[in-house]
Structure formats: C-alpha cells, structure tokens
Design a protein. Structure first.
Length: 67
C-alpha cells in the first residue's frame, strides 16, 4: 500500500466513522426536531443523506484534480 492509497483509506474510514456516529444519534435528533415540526426532522434526515454522498463526491473531484 503506497502513501496516497493509505491516506485515502484513512480519510474514508474517518468520514464513515463520523457519519456512523451521527447516524447512531439520528433517530434521537429526528424525534427531538419532530416535536416542534415534522418537516424539520425530515429536512435533517435528507440533509444527512445528501451530506454523506456529497462528501465522497467532493473527495472524488479533489482526487481527480490532483492526478
């Protein structure tokens, strides 16, 4: 494993770990927001999913520019 592959794997693991922690608390966050507005809970869930894919999309674009 060369240096760039190792760094990419570490970055992916950290990103997945961070999103995993947020996903673990997502039901609690949605229920808390849902008490005030059901739409707020839905918006947070949608933003979470978009952010998950957006981070990897941006990382892929960044990697393509370097190569």
């Amino acid at each position: 494993m060369d240096r760039s592959t190792r760094n990419a794997a570490i970055a992916a693991a950290l990103i997945l770990g961070g999103f995993g922690v947020v996903a673990y608390f997502m039901p609690t966050i949605m229920l808390a927001l849902g008490d005030s507005s059901p739409w707020a809970g839905a918006v947070v869930a949608v933003l979470f999913v978009l952010a998950f894919f957006g981070v990897f999309w941006l990382r892929g674009r960044s990697q393509n520019r370097r190569d």
